[in-house]
Design a protein around this ligand. Sequence first.
Ligand SMILES: Nc1ncnc2c1ncn2[C@@H]1O[C@H](COP(=O)(O)OP(=O)(O)OP(=O)(O)O)[C@@H](O)[C@H]1O
Ligand SMILES: [Mg+2]
Length: 253
Amino acid sequence: MANTITLEQQIGKGEFNEVYRSGELAVKLFNKGYSKADVMNEAYIQARIEEVGGINIPKLHSIPLMNDRYGIVMDYIPGKNMAELIYENPKDTEKYIDKLVDIQMEIHTKRCPYLIKMRDKLADRINRSDLDEDKKFELLTMLDGSPKHNKVTHGDFTPHNIMVGEDGKIYILDWNHASQGNASADVARTYLWLCLHHKEIAELYLDMFCQKSRTDKRYVQRWMPVVAGARLIKKKDGEEELLRKWVDVVLYE
Ligand SMILES: Nc1ncnc2c1ncn2[C@@H]1O[C@H](COP(=O)(O)OP(=O)(O)OP(=O)(O)O)[C@@H](O)[C@H]1O
Ligand SMILES: [Mg+2]
């Protein structure tokens, strides 16, 4: 495989990066000044997940430094992400969400002892949030009392991070939030994201997941204050009001 990376065509854009095609490769190119440790960590997790086996992800190749910007070089997947497909074919939404749920359940069957523990990650974020000390204590107590699981969880399992290849094969992207922990918390995280950004499919998703996995909805709902509190540190425009509402559910229950 050729070593030269040329940025041929932009194929994606995130908050801190752009994604380019380079022949048979894709480069996730991070902004200048973006944490080197975070780039290495994302690539490390991707490599670990590759080793787990049975989870389809683009193969990781290298982490070059290009004009003061780090890139994660991986296989290019010809196709579209599931968010684009849902937007283009709204009548097939249920079919796509059904597939999304199947893949998420499959990922939860995997184990990877090298990943960070979800409860440590959530506790760290709650501690770093601007919630008052009483709220933090309440959320941390909830977290502490939750069942201790070690399932592989993607942590940002949304339609944008699922590539549907031209051949119909599905690949999961963007593993930097992965951890080992509780499946219901991972589902609560996806549900929260859908409530924030695609409210029209949030209930469909939660109903389908709970039905397929025979999970009582309340197991997922119990995680909402914790996952909402942990997301507050992102300080994303338009999210704060709803996140604080979810956090407060725990106080008045
Ligand atoms: N290997 C790849 N092959 C084809 N398209 C890709 C590939 N990697 C990323 N993309 C496209 O680029 C988009 C953004 O990529 P990715 O999800 O990794 O970044 P991001 O969402 O910015 O990450 P973050 O959530 O860390 O900000 C994807 O939704 C997908 O459409
Ligand atoms: Mg993404």
